[in-house]
Unconditional design. Sequence first.
Length: 254
Amino acid sequence: MSPTRTDVTIGAADVRPCAVIPTYDNPRTIAAVVECVRRHIRDIIVVDDGSGERGRTAVDQVGAAGDALVVRRDHNGGKGAAVKAGLRRAADLGFTHALQIDADGQHDTDDIPVMLAAARDRPEALVLSSPRYDETAPRGRLVGRKITKFWTDLETGGGIIDDPMCGFRVYPLATATRVHVPSDRMDFDIEIAVRLVWEGVPVINLPTKVRYVPAVAGGISHFRMFRDNVRISWLHTRLCHLAFWRWLTGRWHR
Ligand SMILES: Nc1nc2c(ncn2[C@@H]2O[C@H](COP(=O)(O)OP(=O)(O)OP(=O)(O)O)[C@@H](O)[C@H]2O)c(=O)[nH]1
Ligand SMILES: [Mg+2]
């Protein structure tokens, strides 16, 4: 796969976007997500993060149909590890930007053209989604997001990142593949956003509707309330200390 023209007119000649979709056991939603993304972006990299048999078979079908390039990870390593693998592959293939979207069908792919247009206007920026939830969103997840937003505001100085957790964003690959992000699991989305801000990358926040697909329709969340919240708390402990150190040494934001 090499960069091809997308269905969206990308004005700037040097903006060549692809999509990166990390998936871990999304057998009933992955094909539909790929199909919807393909209406806007032709080049798609699906990173299968060690899915079980049903998830793997669904990803194989997408790959066999030629709808996406499949990157296979033999063992589950976490969303962050999967996205990092996808971003590296995208950069190696010559793409300049990667639209990352989750495979669980929660995101509104109709917003992709607006996100790509924002990346075209400011190729150096990180484009983040700012979710507008409906009644399907679990209360615990909404509260968790408010807490993590409080901490990311503290770590970045505030008013820069609307939502640090949403898995629907456009990465500028040159900086996203260069920045050091140790987190490999659900903490990754937060850490890479904060570290890119520290690198001086501007952030564009765009509103988007998020709908939790019901389990009967194949919606599945792997977010584990206790385990992932402990990870995220440890991440904020690290980032707050680092932010303080950077501030003390005059290197908070580049
Ligand atoms: N949780 C999890 N997701 C993974 C992993 N590897 C890849 N993913 C993918 O990362 C995306 C986000 O996972 P979700 O479980 O929906 O996490 P989330 O969106 O933060 O949580 P919810 O708001 O509850 O949906 C999905 O496309 C997953 O398939 C993994 O090891 N764990
Ligand atoms: Mg999700």
